[in-house]
Write a protein that binds this ligand. Structure first.
Ligand SMILES: *Cc1c(COP(=O)(O)O)cnc(C)c1O
Length: 350
């Protein structure tokens, strides 16, 4: 704390991202990165953009990437918003769309950045408990609210809510914005983007960090009614006109165009997930049904924090949340078969 700070800064409770260790030989299964590389075509496009043109600002509207996203999802470019990672897109959403008189709703167990944005922007919120099976219950959201946000599949549980249930939530709150955070949708769900033309209160966010393996590039997006997009553009252009640099614009567009690489890598992740679930169940773990590139698992006889510490000693890092209801779970990102082997060796004496 310092006398130079604006007063609200000392009250902030910032988000704590998963560890990014400097030691490269660690088996890193803690931040849901993709174990396979991004599209080689995206890398080539970025290499080709590494020229003297970097002296010039990028396109403030990112038209190339907006068109690539619009083509991919069969929507209009005016329905697409882009940001420096979906975390930035989410920050603008909280700022532009969730500051109202009633509380914002989100699940008690979900992305831990949501309460952080509420703290930053002074937004009142209420959490809605997941059911006993750690599933979102659509009917629990049919009450007065300033907005609703949930990840689908949910994080850190990995559980998917069916598109019919998502639609039920959107329909029940026609006077507030419902945001579906689809960071993991490509690993087993059906996107709600197909519903945006029917529901002007629906906004869907996605990221290139997970299924397109570009966490280091920082590209996220939102798709929804042009009126919602306009609110986000107004906030963005009052904050940073150039959130996507020249690499992000061309690399992101090429990544969306390379459907073959995308399909190949996501199928490999899904196959590895199914294999890992069986292997962990064989060791006595209880694993929640996952439609994401991570699994959420607990062992009835072993403390989760102790297991995480033991794995860490053997060079394998997974994520453990010290939070009520989930303190006995480990979140394990899907890696390569070799990385899974190291994980299972670290658990061999269970
Ligand atoms: C990873 C993640 C994000 C953020 O992704 P970036 O685009 O890398 O900022 C957003 N929401 C959820 C639920 C995530 O897990």
């Amino acid at each position: 704390m310092s006398k130079f700070w604006s007063p609200f800064v000392s009250d902030l409770v910032p988000y704590v991202p998963g560890e990014q260790p400097k030691l490269t030989r660690l088996v890193k299964l803690n931040t849901n990165e993709n174990p396979y590389g991004p599209s080689p075509k995206a890398i080539d496009a970025m290499r080709a953009a590494l020229t003297d043109d970097l002296r010039l600002y990028p396109d403030p509207n990112s038209d190339l990437l907006k068109h690539a996203v619009a083509d991919y999802y069969k929507v209009q470019p005016s329905q697409v918003f882009l940001g420096n990672g979906s975390d930035e897109v989410l920050a603008h959403i909280f700022h532009a769309l969730f500051q109202h008189d009633t509380p914002l709703l989100f699940p008690d167990i979900s992305y831990s950045f949501y309460p952080v944005y509420c703290g930053l922007y002074g937004i009142d919120y209420e959490t809605v408990p997941l059911d006993e099976q750690f599933q979102i219950r659509a009917e629990d959201y049919a009450r007065p609210n300033a907005g609703i946000i949930f990840p689908n599949p949910n994080a850190p549980t990995g559980c998917l809510l069916g598109l019919d249930k998502v639609e039920q939530i959107i329909k029940a709150s026609p006077d507030s914005v419902v945001v579906v955070d689809e960071a993991y949708i490509d690993f087993g769900g059906e996107t709600a983007i197909t519903l945006v033309d029917r529901y002007p209160n629906l906004l869907v966010t996605q990221t290139l960090s997970k299924s397109r393996s570009l966490a280091g590039l920082r590209v996220g997006l939102a798709v929804g009614h042009p009126d919602l997009i306009e609110a986000l553009e107004r906030v963005k252009n009052s904050f940073n006109s150039y959130p996507l640099d020249r690499m992000a614009n061309v690399g992101g567009a090429a990544a969306f165009e390379d459907r073959e690489h995308f399909e190949m890598t996501r199928n490999k992740v899904i196959e590895s997930r199914e294999a890992l679930v069986e292997q962990l169940q064989g060791k006595g773990f209880e694993v929640l049904p996952s439609a994401a590139n991570f699994i959420f698992a607990r062992h009835p006889q072993h403390d989760a924090a102790a297991l995480a510490a033991r794995l860490r000693e053997q060079g394998v890092i997974v994520r453990h949340f010290k939070q009520q209801r989930i303190a006995q779970f480990l979140r394990i990102s899907i890696g390569t078969p070799e990385q899974h082997q190291a994980l299972l060796e670290g658990l061999s004496d269970l």
